[in-house]
Write a protein that binds this ligand. Sequence first.
Ligand code: PLP
Length: 398
Amino acid sequence: MFKANSNYSLISESYLFSTVARRVEEYKAQHPEADILKLGIGDVTLPVCDAAVSELIAAARSQGLRDTFIGYGPEQGHKFLIDLIVTNDYKLRGIDILPDEVFVNDGAKSDLGNIGDILSIDNIVAITNPVYPVYLDTNLMAGRTVMMLDCTEENGFIPVIPSGKTEIPDVIYLCYPNNPTGISLSRNQLRCWVDFALKYGCLILFDSAYEAYITSSEVPHSIFEIEGARQCAIEFRSFSKTAGFTGLRCGYTVVPRELVDKNGLNLNNMWRRRQCTKFNGASYVVQRAAAALYTVDGKKQVRTNIDYYMENARVLRQGLLQARFEVYGGIDSPYVWTKAPVKINSWSLFEKMLESCNLVTTPGVGFGTCGEDFIRLTAFNTRENTIEAINRIISLKF
Ligand SMILES: *Cc1c(COP(=O)(O)O)cnc(C)c1O
């Protein structure tokens, strides 16, 4: 008789978004007249920019012509896209990345989980609390031991580096700017993590999905800005939040050639081997659309959309501060992480926001125990709705 992977029983069902949706539906049924505004949206809302859409259409047409048809491409991605990534995302920021260190994929989430294929089950994996659930669940599925790095108000939601007294992890997931807290790490703070990883031989898996939202000059756009990171880090990037590719699906992973484990195994070679075995490349048409984001028009259009979201984030921050809420994030990220001026837990605050303001938010405790008392608001609604939502919060009485 076959056996299923019993590790799946260790993973809690993700009740968060389904519970939120069910509660909102209930409320709507009881209050059909309510003008409900959604500040819980975890997906971008502005459509894919014109530059990418034009290229998508042109690439689709070329697939229908004998002379321009393209079948299987390189598993690691087409050279035209990899060269644009190397030049624009790295060289222009003074970072040297080789083309064979870039692996184009169908979005960051796949690789954030798949990377475990080249890592031993024996590794102890450190994950922040609260956290984007993919890191936790994929490692539990694989049967790895997970340790939590608590992010709380006391440490400003920046995880404290394990000291000699505590257990030293082998693999560390870091996501900055962070989802859900919206917090970013300065160059110095990230340098401390890189130095720690180099000292103890840890591997940092750096999720940089929100890189395009960074506005602070002291916040690094890539972990490879930090000296020594090529010896200890893998970086994951995505066009999803940058350019509304959440439906088109494209991202990339950077695995430096210097990365070797304690026995001398080379992670770049292993990841190439893994991808060639299990992955046949991202869609050609979508890679053409991604390439269009690096044109003059594409860059301008992407910037316009991000600026729009970041102005919403500014409106959210400012309004919440005015309403005397505790506010984190929203400066280098589209997420604002906030706590009411009175003691009230995440789910009660969610209820209060729904019933008194007709606003949908996301309870912070759903991302981990350290998220208790907080809610996450996102900047992905329209300007008008964002302003209206903030006005309702400002007039809220506890
Ligand atoms: C949205 C998101 C991603 C990107 O996911 P894709 O699979 O590229 O759409 C990665 N990490 C975090 C933390 C995210 O919020």
